[in-house]
Design a binder for this molecule. Sequence first.
Ligand code: ATP
Length: 354
Amino acid sequence: MAQIRIENVRKDFGSFNAVKSSTFTIEDGEFFMLLGPSGCGKTTTLRMMAGLELPTSGEIYIDGEEVGQKPASKRDIAFVFQMFALYPHMNVGKNISYPLRSQGMPKAQVKKKVHEIAEILGITDILNKSVGGLSGGDRQRVALGRAIVRDPKAFFMDEPLGALDAEFREHMSEELRALHDRMNATTVYVTHDQLEAMQMGDKIVVMNHGVVEQFGVPQEIYDWPATKFVAQFIGSPCMNFLDFKGSVSKDTDSVQLENVSLEIPKSIDGVNGDLTFGIRPEHIFLDDSAGYRGRVVATEYLGTTQIVTLDTPNGQIKARVASSDKISVGQQTGLRFDPRTVTLFDASTGHALR
Ligand code: ATP
């Protein structure tokens, strides 16, 4: 399998700069997510790794070999677009074996390989069936079988579950992840769905406007967002932001919001001016004894938890609390924040202070 490294990779389409200088490494065997909103450059980044698009500048390494200007056919990778694209006139076995037959692999070897793959995917019993009558799940498994049969160095998938309804999508994403865990093949997966990225990925790159905003394991990205954009894009409801003017320097351990002193984590960069206090909904506690005050403007019942929307002197925020807590619209309450979970941002750059 393969380690993939992209270094200072940039892509221009004419005068439009779609991907700015990007650098990150995908380790051998990782399930790696390229995440971001529509148009952020994730598909272009994937296509450059796969050799379907050539970078304007920068280098792409697969297992240490620089392949940036090599076409896809020379990179020994498999690209899974929409998994439903099958050859309708061939049966399941022929669909899966197609890449091997077109390489000229001897028949006996092809048969052995197809059976191996069918076994992994649990579709041995339908190898002779026509693809026309298959269920959506089986069609997806066959298309996947065709992609993995060649033992490529890496798999590239561009929103492969995008066309599926929510329930089936969740089921297939679990299957894909389980398949990956069995095969341990380096997989690069494009999605705009933050939940899918968090659930499936070993690591995630978050992109916005052609820029890599952050790169790391899901929990790190959730707990320690590097920018306001990441904090907003990941999590539902997203992180709350309270804007204020103030001054922090190394070892500052509290800030003043509306003359209430709020604890913050220590050892941060210094900023004097516009700041943003970031806190996730589940790290806010409604506590009447707390000095920072808010007024409940809405509640949303979600089963075991509820989302409470509050007006505060620094803007509106959402708290996630137990459904059993009795809360009514119009109520005034104190708000306590767990200081270990606060992220402070420089409001002018959007970067988290570390
Ligand atoms: P989506 O999820 O909508 O596909 P994306 O994050 O994958 O979004 P890309 O497809 O990589 O984004 O596109 C990034 C930007 O580059 C977009 O503004 C897109 O319009 C532009 N772009 C992509 N391919 C081309 C091309 N061949 N020619 C010109 N512009 C392009």
